[in-house]
Design a protein. Sequence first.
Lengths: 353, 254
Amino acid sequence: MPAARSSAPFAPRARFTFLLIAMASLLLVTLLFGVALGPVSLSVGEVFSVLASHATHGVTQPGDAIVWQVRAPRVLLGAVAGACLAATGVAVQALVRNALADPFLLGVSSGASVGASSVLLFGALAWLGSWALTAGAFLGGLAAMLAVFALARTGGRLPALRLVLSGTAMAYVFSAMTSLLIYLAPNAEGARTAIFWLLGSLGGASWQNLLIPAIAAVLGLGYLAVQAKALDALAMGDEAAGTLGVDVRAVRTGLYLVTALVTGAVVAAAGAIGFVGLMLPHLVRLLVGAGHRRVLPASALLGALFLVWTDVAARMVVAPEELPLGVITAVFGGPVFLFLLRRRSYAFGGVAS
Amino acid sequence: MSLLDARGLRYEVGGQAIVRDVSLAVARGEVVGLVGPNGSGKTTVLRSVFRALRPTGGAVWLAGEDLFSLPPKQVARRMSVVAQDSPMEFDFTVREVVTMGRFAHEGGGAQDAEACQRALDLVGLTELADRSVLTLSGGERQRALIARALAQNGELVVLDEPTNHLDIGYQHELMRLLTGLGMTAVAALHDLNLAAGYCDRIYVLRAGLVVAAGTPEQVLTEDLVEQVFGVRPHLVAHPASGRPQLLFPSKENP
């Protein structure tokens, strides 16, 4: 089919710039609506006036608690988490050259789950007070990251297949530990809380636990942006990338550590939100092609948009109860993705010519 | 001074020497062919030359500098590689793949775009520049990789069986391109007649050793080909160029 990509991508530069500006503007609007919508809905005007009076005089309006303390950090955490998961998903897929890879492949989220379950179910790290859950999850993720790194490394290299296999094996081990912890949970309510966390939720968002993911997002996504051309080259295989001038060992190690740390920071704050890191990169490649200098910024923006709206749905659908985010990302995102996949010719991981 | 100088290359895997002792030199402007039966070590020698593997013994000098002490980008600016069977899984356009050849070059996008366009023109892929590489035929894909190597704009091109997926027309077009641009190239080739027709010098490898080296006339004798490949050809001079060409046995003439 020669006309394979006639209607879309290799969009001229102007068209790509327009797309980015459109997505960024949409994100700003989305942030406002994300704060306004919820079980108790406010108008965008009310949100504005609460934010403005908070900025100028501190707490003055009755809506301040809901807007400033609850929803603003929550919406921002959603945007940060979505951007990070989608962009690290892009990087991990290039790192292991596998269409089914996502940021959780590296074992980080399953390690974080063990840490989080220990905190939620058995009161580990209680002395850390309100930081206990975040710290537990992050430490669990860090342990998993180091284990996978040590297992996958041979002779200073980090081969793609070994990385996938080590990550998958460690994920099984850690999932088993999490299941065991939940099974042994002293009370059913605790188990419910743990499972809710495992499926991802922005319910625990606060300005305090937004801080680390936000820093991780800026530094991590900055690093990925710098490595965009190297990611293109790595997608052609390590050997080819080496002949093109990429310092393959250094770049692969750097990518692994950065993606794992960013993922760890996000998972520690928001739980293991599935789907975003796996599917959004593919969705974005459908829109802008495979070049990482386009895919990375577009993924970050679309990831942020997607997760903020998903969280709005999580709050609204069965209000005042909340649904776990991971459930909504998969239930709504899956069919949308499959629909697009069937409509457009897209081939990652082989094509019928 | 040779542009590429490999001395005493040796490569062992699990106690088995795949390459035992290979030295080869490529002067500026020369097109050098590496021929030999399957498993003779051609690819291993080339992979040592482009640093995909580190030889167990010997040294490689590129323009007088120790190849293994140079930073990757510096090597990539001097030497480009067209490897065998490069995997393609991502939905890049042809132009994006060719642009990857500019990774090691600092400097402007305009300069990159110009180098890429020139490379696309040379291999005849300009019309397909915005197509996905996954929709290309094997030959077109190979030409995209050659364009990537040309865009890299190094002094030396290393090619591992570059004519593998090409039909006879493109095989000759590629060899004409290599020789016509005055490039320095070293290529592993399966087709002895292609090597005889286009290479300035030929190295013949067998079991990890160089068994003959020199101009096609010096190297490609009936005895040597029989000794190395186990099939005795009939040697003729090409009526137009005078270069040696080999005719192989047929049903009537076993």
